[in-house]
Design a protein around this ligand. Structure first.
Ligand code: ADP
Ligand code: MG
Length: 701
């Protein structure tokens, strides 16, 4: 499995390059490139025998090829003519101009799809095509696997390459990672059968069984590393926070905690009292009030004479927390010293001369105080992770917006202390389904903040059909004229559609074009700002400040509006190309404008006319809760559309497992049972290696 694929396949240099780009080097890489779906094999026919409505495949030579435009909508359209000696048939593709380049005159190709008819005769509309003729690789199988395609790697070629490789592999090559008793218990096929079933299924049941097995395998591997992490941590002693009475803190708050916040505080305090280190994930929508929960835990820790480290992903956010914590603790009459460290500045509260204010201090001074235990609380960015930052008795680590940190970054903060392990409170606003949380955060206990503070207005979300675009702009105009501000989020261009390296510039182009259109044609009377990933940090800060100060009325931005952006006066968000976002993301984006007593509005634009998209987006107008949406999202997005790999390091097939709570729980249980018997996986060296490789390569964003 680890041998290079070129031992088994004749590769042209260009093919080799493409494969390398997608990380397909060894046999294992190729064989673990799974089909996205299966299609019935179409009968191969002569063009002369075709009639309207046939589903068929024809092969021959391209005798004409051109790129045109439809006269009505000005869509680009590729058109070719294919001859097989018995006749000639047309094929057309909308929106895919590059096909005219690929299918040039004189090229041999196959075309397969449904035959249609218009005034000019029979034709294929948007058919599949291949340069590998059907007969070469079609066997008697009734199903044909369809692989996710990327430029330069067609599904047909993958089909051919995988079959050829499978045919040459020695039976000994199939070394099963999953222990046989587990396979038996869950009726999962062994590795060899699974690979054959998934790539060359005789029927859909076989294919499903194989997919289930690989899905299980992936989740099992993740669970092994998570559960191991948890077991190792549970063995470590922690500093026990004996006195967890935080009533005086809670009474000093200007509001009452919600029930969800109260429960979260209780969960956390109980963990802090315990003998082993807490590892808890606090998951709550933007604005659900996580900071005050973290503050209560910090207060208890500090009261017992220990130190707290609080890490946030951006400088803006670190400063915001520093300010909030100093104010909160001052409000209760306690002068708790707090330090702040980022790569550009260090602050401490209170200042010696002005006891109600913070002051700049040198980094070395702050580090000394921290080491001596002079500052019971240190807030900061990634700068906190540096080895130079040392504590006297660190008992609690808080990671805010934890999904923005790599898993190893989070780990390094808790591993600062050698003998005792600090308690860990991780916080995130990304609502994710339970199965996913159980998997990627399997080493953490979970507390949900599923309730918003009272007095928040419900956001009005409208899915705007194309012909009502101007009406939506008019509504925006009215709100802005009343003094409110708006975000316009440009459509995201997905990797896969375009080369990854040109993505950033494409997104940039979308922002620039949208900015120009809005400024010149739609809202010439307003000031319009711009925010995107290619701007320098000072440029970004300037754009943000201008928007925050109300100097710009509208901010046109990519979907990556910085976390910590908090402009309460912005009450409108307009999202373009919404079909390209996940529901949870859309929900996150609209959360940006639910921050004041003014009524928030969200306008959703989509270019898609499909019913599926319409249904999916409609969920936004019904569900208010991010978790509901996350579950819905997982349920209704097809494979291939899931962004699991990018966001969580989980493949499409692994994401399929996440639709199945039982399977995730089974994988978790089996991982636990195995590790309880053999924590170092001494009896399963191959499993250990794969688990470690996986944990290393999975990059969490
Ligand atoms: P997030 O969960 O997104 O981190 P924050 O902790 O920043 O949310 O809280 C958002 C806002 O809600 C803050 O201004 C905070 O003071 C306020 N807040 C938090 N809890 C409550 C509550 N129980 N009642 C009223 N306002 C609250
Ligand atoms: Mg927050």
């Amino acid at each position: 499995m680890d041998r290079p694929i070129k031992n088994y396949l004749h590769l042209k240099p260009a093919q080799e390059k493409t494969l390398e780009k997608f990380g397909i080097l060894a046999v294992r890489d190729l064989l673990w490139h799974f089909p996205a779906r299966y299609e019935n094999v179409l009968p191969v026919k002569s063009i002369a025998d075709l009639s309207k409505g046939d589903k068929a495949e024809v092969s021959g030579k391209i005798i004409a090829s051109k790129l045109g435009k439809t006269w009505k909508k000005k869509l680009r359209i590729a058109e070719i003519e294919l001859s097989d000696g018995t006749g000639v048939i047309r094929a057309i593709w909308f929106h895919q101009p590059y096909i005219a380049h690929a299918l040039k005159k004189g090229v041999n190709a196959s075309i397969f799809g449904t035959v249609q008819e218009d005034g000019r005769g029979l034709y294929f509309s948007n058919p599949n095509y291949s340069f590998i003729a059907a007969k070469e690789n079609y066997q008697e199988n009734a199903l044909s696997p369809i692989y996710p395609e990327t430029r330069g790697l067609s599904s047909r070629w993958l089909q051919y390459a995988i079959r050829k490789t499978l045919a040459q592999l020695d039976p000994d090559a199939y070394h099963d990672l999953i222990p046989p008793e587990i396979l038996k218990k869950y009726h999962l096929p062994n590795l060899r059968d699974s690979l054959l079933y998934i790539h060359t299924p005789r029927n859909l049941n076989d294919a499903q069984a194989a997919r289930k097995r690989f899905a299980f395998e992936e989740i099992f591997l993740i669970q092994l590393s998570r559960v191991k992490e948890k077991m190792l941590r549970d063995e470590k002693p922690a500093l026990s926070i004996v006195d967890t009475d935080v009533l005086d803190f809670l009474e000093s708050l200007p509001y009452q905690l919600t029930n969800a916040q109260n429960k979260a505080v209780q969960d956390i305090l109980e963990d802090l009292r315990g003998p082993s280190p807490m590892a808890r994930l606090l998951e709550g929508d933007v604005g659900s009030g996580k900071t005050v929960v973290a503050a209560a835990a910090s207060y208890a820790t500090i009261k017992n004479g220990y130190q707290v480290a609080y890490m946030a992903p951006t400088e803006i956010l670190a400063r915001q927390h520093f300010k909030e914590f100093t104010e909160r603790f001052s409000a209760m009459g306690e002068k708790i010293k707090i330090g702040m460290i980022t790569s550009s500045e260090c602050l401490k509260f209170p200042s010696k001369v002005r006891p109600n204010e913070a002051t700049h201090i040198s980094k070395s001074q702050l580090l000394r105080w921290t080491l001596q235990g002079e500052t019971p609380m240190l807030i900061g960015t990634h700068a906190l992770i540096q080895d130079k930052v040392r504590f006297k008795n660190l008992a609690l680590v808080i990671v805010d917006e934890q999904h923005r940190f790599g898993i190893s970054q989070r780990g390094r903060l808790t591993k600062k202390e050698k003998e005792v392990m600090p308690h860990l409170l991780s916080m995130t606003a990304t609502p994710i389904p339970r199965t996913l949380a159980l998997t990627i955060y399997g080493d953490l206990d979970l507390t949900l903040l599923d309730e918003m503070p009272p007095s928040r207005k419900k956001i009005i979300t409208e899915i705007v059909p194309p012909h009502e675009r101007l009406i939506a702009y008019e509504k925006m105009r009215q709100e802005i004229s009343k003094g409110r501000q708006a975000y316009v989020v440009c459509p995201r261009i997905n990797p896969g559609e375009e080369k990854a390296d040109s993505l950033l510039s494409l997104n940039l182009k979308a922002v620039k074009e949208e900015h120009k259109k809005l400024a010149q044609e739609i809202f010439p009377e307003f000031k319009i700002g711009m925010l995107h990933g290619k701007m320098t940090p000072p440029e970004k800060e300037k754009a943000m400040n201008e928007f925050r100060d109300g100097k710009t009325n509208i901010l046109v931005a990519t979907s990556v509006i910085e976390v910590g952006v908090n402009v309460p006066n912005a009450t409108i968000i307009l999202i373009e190309g919404a079909e390209r976002f996940g529901l949870a993301q859309l929900h996150q984006l609209r959360g940006r404008v639910v921050r004041s007593a003014h009524e928030p509005h969200c306008f959703i634009f989509t270019e898609s006319e499909s019913k599926k998209t319409a249904d999916r987006l409609a969920a936004l107008t019904k569900a208010e809760n991010g978790f509901e949406l996350a579950e819905y999202d997982l349920e209704f997005r097809g494979t291939g559309e899931l962004s699991g790999k990018k966001q969580w390091g989980i493949s499409d097939i692994g994401m399929e497992a996440l639709k199945n709570l039982k399977m995730v729980e089974a994988a978790r249980n089996e991982a636990r049972i195995l590790l309880q018997k053999d924590l170092e996986l001494k009896k399963y060296p191959a499993l250990k290696t794969r688990m470690e490789n996986r944990a290393q390569n999975a990059h969490f964003e």
